[in-house]
Design a protein around this ligand. Structure first.
Ligand code: SAH
Length: 366
C-alpha cells in the first residue's frame, strides 16, 4: 500500500492480532494468566526469570518447572518472530535481521556493537504512516501496529545472541535501545510504552536496561510527547526535525502540516523540563534541500540555550530517490553555524549502510 504525497495514516488497518505473550503482560497480569492456565501464580515469576534473565523461551529447558506445568505455560511463550534473513558487516559487529511476523508482515531490527556499548535499533510498526518522502519505510505505508511482545522480542533475540557470544567481542549485553527502526513509535503509543516498561523494569519483570539508554524517536506527535512526559519513564526523546522552517518541514515531515515547528519544539522543551533529559534533534542533511547556512542559523537560534543535542545524519538515499547527502563542505559549514550558536552537535556515523541497516533504510524488502 503506497501513500499519496503528504498523506498521513494515524490509525493502523484492522488486522488479526498476534498471540498473547508473557512480554505483553505486567507481573500482576502474568500471575492472573498463569492462574487461568491452572498453575500456581508464583510460576509467573519463574517463567519471567527464564525469559527476561536467562533469555530462554524453550519450556523444555526449564528444569525447575514440573513437566505438566511446562506444557501449560508454553502457551505464554508463543513464537512471534521468525528470522527470514540476517546480514552483517563491520566484522560481524553490525547485524540486521529481517523478521516475519505471524501474519506475514515483515519488520527489521539492527544490533550495533561499539567498544563501550551495544545499541539495538528496533521497529514499532510494520511499515509507517508518516510518509516522510526521504525515508524508505515511509514509502510503503502502514501495514500494522506491532504488539508489545513483538517489539520486546527483537531485543531479547539480540540479547540472546550477545549472551551466547555470537557477536564478536565476547559475551555482552544490550545497553541501549533506539526506536529508530520501522514505524512511528508515538503512533503506536500503548504498545510502545508497554515495551519500554519491559525494557527498563528489573528482572524478573523485565530486562533491567537503564531508561537513560532508551531513545524514543518521533516525527513530532505533540499530544503523545506530552503524554510520554507524564509516564515517569526518563527515556531520551529524539525529535526528527529535518527543517527549521514550516515551509520546508511541511514537505519533508508531513506531520508538520498538523503540528508546526514552534509547537513541536515547545512540546520537546516541556519534555526536557519534566524529565531533565536532553532532547536529541535529528536532522538528515539533504544536498541543496535543507543544508543551507541560513537554515543552520535558523536552527541554531531555535534551539540555543536549551537542553538539546543536534544529531546531523548524512542522508542515506533511498532507492530511486532524487535526493542525496550534502557536500562535505556544506556539512562542515552547517556544523560550524550551530557551534557558533553554542549548540552541541555531532554528525552521526553511517554504520550498516552496506547492509541497508542504516537510518531510514529499513524497508523490509523481500
Ligand atoms: N518514525 C520515527 C522513528 C523512525 S526513523 C522518526 O521519524 O523519528 C529514525 C530516524 O531516521 C529519523 O530521525 C528519521 O527521520 C531518520 N531517517 C529516515 N530516513 C532517512 C534517510 N534516508 N537518511 C537519513 N536518516 C533518515
Amino acid at each position: 500500500m503506497s501513500q499519496q504525497p503528504g498523506q498521513l495514516t494515524f490509525v493502523a488497518p484492522r488486522r488479526a492480532k498476534p498471540a498473547r505473550h508473557l512480554a505483553d503482560l505486567t507481573m500482576a497480569e502474568r500471575r492472573a494468566a498463569v492462574a487461568e492456565l491452572g498453575e500456581k501464580p508464583f510460576r509467573a515469576d519463574q517463567l519471567s526469570r527464564h525469559y527476561f534473565s536467562h533469555l530462554t523461551a524453550d519450556v523444555a529447558a526449564m528444569s525447575d518447572l514440573p513437566a505438566a506445568a511446562r506444557e501449560k505455560l508454553s502457551a505464554l511463550l508463543p513464537p512471534l518472530l521468525t528470522s527470514v534473513r540476517e546480514l552483517s558487516t563491520d566484522q560481524g559487529t553490525t547485524r540486521k535481521t529481517l523478521w516475519r511476523l505471524f501474519d506475514g508482515a515483515l519488520v527489521e531490527s539492527v544490533l550495533m556493537r561499539y567498544p563501550d556499548r551495544v545499541t539495538m535499533c528496533v521497529s514499532s510498526q510494520a511499515g509507517c504512516g508518516m510518509n516522510c518522502p526521504f525515508c524508505a519505510t515511509g514509502q510503503a505505508g502502514l501495514t500494522r501496529n506491532m504488539s508489545t511482545a513483538e517489539i520486546v522480542e527483537q531485543v531479547v533475540s539480540g540479547a540472546r545472541a550477545l549472551a551466547a557470544g555470537e557477536v564478536p567481542g565476547g559475551p555482552g549485553r544490550v545497553s541501549n535501545i533506539v526506536f529508530m527502526g520501522m514505524g512511528e513509535p508515538m503512533a503506536n503509543y500503548k504498545q510502545v510504552i508497554g515495551a519500554v516498561r519491559r525494557f527498563v523494569e528489573p528482572a524478573p519483570d523485565g530486562l533491567g536496561i537503564s531508561a537513560r539508554g532508551v531513545t524514543v524517536s518521533t516525527v513530532g506527535l505533540v499530544p503523545a510527547i506530552g503524554k510520554l512526559a507524564d509516564e515517569g519513564l526518563p527515556v531520551t526523546l529524539a525529535l526528527s526535525l529535518h527543517a527549521p522552517d514550516d515551509e520546508l518541514r511541511d514537505t519533508l515531515v508531513p506531520i508538520n502540516t498538523r503540528w508546526k515547528v514552534a509547537e513541536v519544539l515547545d512540546a520537546a522543551w516541556a519534555y526536557a523540563a519534566k524529565t531533565k533529559r536532553r532532547i536529541s534533534i535529528e536532522y538528515a542533511l539533504i544536498k541543496d534541500i535543507n543544508d543551507q547556512e541560513w537554515r543552520a542559523d535558523l536552527l541554531g537560534k531555535l534551539v540555543k540555550n536549551k537542553l538539546v543535542h543536534v544529531n546531523l545524519i548524512p542522508l542515506n538515499p533511498t532507492p530511486g530517490s532524487k535526493w542525496t547527502a550534502s557536500r562535505p563542505e556544506d556539512e562542515r559549514a552547517f556544523v560550524r553555524r550551530l557551534q557558533f550558536h553554542g549548540v552541541p552537535v555531532t554528525v552521526r556515523d553511517t554504520r550498516g549502510r552496506e547492509i541497508d541497516g542504516a537510518c531510514g533504510q529499513l524497508a523490509a524488502a523481500e
